[in-house]
Design a protein. Sequence first.
Length: 83
Amino acid sequence: MLQETPSLRAGHHEKQLLWQGLLVPEVARRLGVGPDRPEDTRPSALAAAALACLDVAAMGWVACEGTVPLAVLLHRAMRALSE
């Protein structure tokens, strides 16, 4: 339903942007990237990729009707980024 309803999809996108904004400072801290390095896009890229993986895993989980645990699907999606 989320993918088929424009208002729900827009709300989900806004939520993802909020989550990304909350994740980026922590990712930057863990990478040792200070606020004086706005050109370092790694924290934003990693946060966005993680949230995209979560979305893909959730869609897969719904598609398989929960027969594969969400954690397994998320792990697969994230592992694909490093292959």
